[in-house]
Design a protein around this ligand. Structure first.
Ligand code: GDG
Length: 517
C-alpha cells in the first residue's frame, strides 16, 4: 500500500493475527478481493437483521479461493439502512472462512451507481443490448464517487503484501482512484461479463475515461479471446498511441509509457466439489424422487437469474415451437425453469417477469393434458442440494443466453452428470461456447426454429452419442477448473499460484475497526 505504517489505524487488531507458515502477518501474501456486492445477503427477518450466503456466478467462483486463506473481501453489503454490521459480518466471516469488509453506500449512491450506471447503462451495453441502455451524467458522477469510496476503504485496509483483485464492471475506475491515493501494489481486474465490439462500446459517453482508468490496473482479464479482442480494438481506436504486443493468453498493451498485461482467463467451477456433492445420497434420492414425480418423462432444465440477457422468453418460444412441430414430444418431455429473482427494482426486470409469466401461462394453457404440465416454473432460488437434484435429473439442459460472459450453469450441469449422461444445449453467445462448442448442441438463441430443432435433436440423441459428448464436456471442465483459472490469473499477475497463499484451517483475520462500521 502507500507504505506500511500509514495503513495502521488506532485500535488495529492485526498484531494478534497468526503468522502463517513462518511469515509475519503483514508480510504474508494475502488476497484482497473487491466486488460491488459482498458475498452475503443482509436481510431483515422476524429475528432482526441476519445474513445468508449470496448466490451468483462471481461468488461461486471466488468463495473457494478465499476460504481459509486469511483473505479479505471488500464490497457493499447491499443495504442502505443504518444496520449494525459489525457483529453480523463478524459471524458471516467466520462461516465463510474469510473476512468480509463493508463499503457503506447511501441510498442515493446505490440508486445512481448501482442502478443508474451499473445496471441500466453498462450491463445492457456490454451485453450488446444498447437500446436498453440509459446514460445519465448525474449517475456517472456517482459511479466515479463510489469507485473512489471503495478505493479509500481498500487503501486503509491494505498491506504491502496484498494482491488486490478487483471484479467486474461496477469497479472499472477504481484503480485510477487507488493510484491517486498513492497505492502502489500490483492490482488486477477481471471482467465477468462480455466486452462489446467498438461499434457498441463507442456509444458510451464515458468510453475514454473508462479505458484510461482500466489501464491503471497491471493486469486486465477477460473471459474469452473475443472479449479481449474487442477491448484491444476499442483501446486502439480511443487511445491512438496504444500498441498491443505479444501472442498467446496474455499480451502487453503499451500506452502513455506504461505497460499493462491483457489476458484471457475463462472462469470455471470447483468441478470436483460439484461432482462430489452430486453423488451425495441426499442428492441421489432427490433425483430419483424428481424423476418419479415427473412420471419418468424426459426432463429439460433452465436455471438462470431472471435477466433479459439469459434469453428466457426466446427459449420458451423455441420450446413452444418444438411442441407444435414435433408431436412426439407432447406428453413426453417436461421443461423445468428455475428463475432466480434479480434486480427487482429495475423496470425492465419487472416487464420481463410479466412476459415470462405470460408465456408460461400460454404454453401450459395450450398444451397441458390432465396428467401432464409442459412447464414447471420456480421463481425463487433453490437450496444447493435441490438445485443439484434438478441438474442430475435433467436429461437436457437449455443454456441459451442472448449473450453471457461465461455461464457457470452450463459447467455445473455437466459436473453434476457423474454418469456421463445428459445433453447440453448451449448458446453460441455464451462465453462457455468457446470451450464447449464441440460437444454441446449449439444454438443461436434468436433463432426460434433453430432452438426448437436443437430440443428435438437433443431428445433423439442416441445414448452412446450423449455419453461420448458428456464425457468430453466433463473432461474439459475438470481440467479447466476454478483453481486453474485462479492459478493462471495469479501467474500472469504476480508469478504466483493459489498454493503460495498460505492455507490456514479455521482462520479468519480479526475485524478491523474503523470506516464502514
Ligand atoms: C456472471 C456473468 C459469468 C442459479 N440458480 C440458483 C443458483 N444459481 C447459481 C448457479 C451459478 C450462478 O448462480 C449463476 O452463474 P452464471 O455464470 O450462470 O450467471 P451470472 O450470475 O449472470 O454471473 C456470467 C459469471 O458472472 C462468473 O464470471 O459466468 O456470464 O453474467 O453458480 O449455480 N444457486 C442456488 N440456487 C438456485 O436456484 N443455490
Amino acid at each position: 500500500m502507500v507504505s506500511e505504517p500509514t495503513t495502521s489505524t488506532a485500535g488495529d487488531t492485526r498484531a494478534a493475527e497468526p503468522a502463517g507458515q513462518g511469515q509475519s502477518p503483514t508480510r504474508a501474501l494475502r488476497f484482497v478481493a473487491v466486488s460491488n456486492r459482498l458475498p452475503v445477503v443482509v436481510e431483515q427477518s422476524a429475528e432482526g437483521w441476519t445474513t445468508r450466503p449470496a448466490g451468483g456466478g462471481l461468488v461461486t467462483a471466488l468463495a473457494p479461493v478465499l476460504r481459509n486463506r486469511g483473505g479479505l473481501w471488500v464490497g457493499w453489503p447491499g443495504v442502505t439502512e443504518d444496520v449494525d454490521l459489525h457483529a453480523l459480518l463478524d459471524r458471516a466471516s467466520r462461516e465463510a472462512g474469510y473476512r468480509l469488509h463493508p463499503v457503506r453506500l447511501t441510498a442515493e449512491e446505490a440508486r445512481l451507481f448501482y442502478l443508474g450506471i451499473s445496471n441500466e447503462a453498462l450491463w445492457p451495453l456490454f451485453h450488446d443490448l444498447f437500446t436498453r441502455a440509459r446514460f445519465s451524467p448525474e449517475a456517472w458522477r456517482a459511479y466515479l464517487e463510489v469507485n473512489r469510496k471503495f478505493a479509500r476503504v481498500v487503501a486503509r485496509r491494505g498491506r504491502s503484501a496484498d494482491y488486490i483483485w478487483v471484479h467486474d464492471y461496477h469497479l472499472m475506475t477504481m484503480a485510477r482512484e487507488l493510484r491517486a491515493l498513492g497505492v502502489e501494489q500490483r492490482m488486477g481486474f477481471f471482467l465477468h461479463i462480455p466486452f462489446p465490439a467498438p461499434d457498441i462500446f463507442l456509444k458510451l459517453p464515458w468510453r475514454a475515461q473508462i479505458l484510461h482508468a482500466l489501464l491503471d490496473y497491471d493486469l486486465i482479464g477477460f473471459q474469452t479471446a473475443r472479449d479481449r479482442r474487442n477491448f484491444l480494438d476499442c483501446a486502439r481506436l480511443v487511445l491512438p498511441d496504444a500498441r498491443a504486443r505479444g501472442k498467446g493468453a496474455v499480451v502487453s498493451l503499451n500506452h502513455g509509457g506504461r505497460t499493462v498485461r491483457v489476458g484471457t482467463f475463462p472462469i470455471s467451477i470447483d468441478f470436483d466439489e460439484f461432482a462430489h456433492q452430486s453423488s451425495a445420497p441426499a442428492v441421489v434420492e432427490a433425483t430419483r424422487r424428481l424423476r418419479e414425480e415427473l412420471g419418468g418423462r424426459t426432463i429439460l432444465l433452465g436455471v438462470d437469474r431472471l435477466d433479459y440477457t439469459k434469453g428466457i422468453p426466446e427459449r420458451l418460444e423455441g420450446y413452444r415451437l418444438a411442441l407444435t412441430r414435433y408431436a412426439e414430444l407432447r406428453g413426453e418431455v417436461t421443461y423445468v425453469q428455475v428463475a432466480v429473482p434479480s434486480r427487482r427494482d429495475v423496470p425492465e426486470y419487472q416487464v420481463l417477469r410479466a412476459e415470462v409469466d405470460r408465456l408460461i401461462g400460454e404454453i401450459n394453457g395450450e398444451f397441458a393434458q390432465i396428467d401432464w404440465v409442459p412447464i414447471h416454473y420456480f421463481f425463487r432460488s433453490l437450496p444447493r442440494e435441490e438445485l443439484l437434484g434438478y441438474y442430475r435429473a435433467a436429461d437436457i439442459a437449455l443454456v441459451t443466453p442472448l449473450k453471457d460472459g461465461m455461464n457457470l450453469v452450463a459447467k455445473e450441469y455437466c459436473a453434476a452428470h457423474v454418469e456421463n449422461d445428459g445433453v447440453l444445449v448451449l448458446s453460441e453467445f455464451a462465453g462457455a461456447a468457446a470451450q464447449l462448442h464441440r460437444w454441446a448442441v449449439m444454438v443461436n438463441p434468436h433463432d426460434v426454429e433453430g432452438t426448437a430443432e436443437a430440443i428435438h435433436t437433443a431428445y433423439h440423441m442416441a445414448p452412446a452419442d450423449r455419453q461420448r459428448r458428456m464425457r468430453r464436456l466433463r473432461d474439459s471442465i475438470r481440467r479447466n477448473n476454478i483453481y486453474r483459472w485462479v492459478d493462471d490469473f495469479l501467474e500472469a499477475a504476480v508469478a504466483k499460484r493459489l498454493n503460495d497463499f498460505p492455507y490456514q484451517e479455521d482462520y479468519v483475520p480479526p475485524l478491523d475497526p474503523g470506516e464502514g462500521f
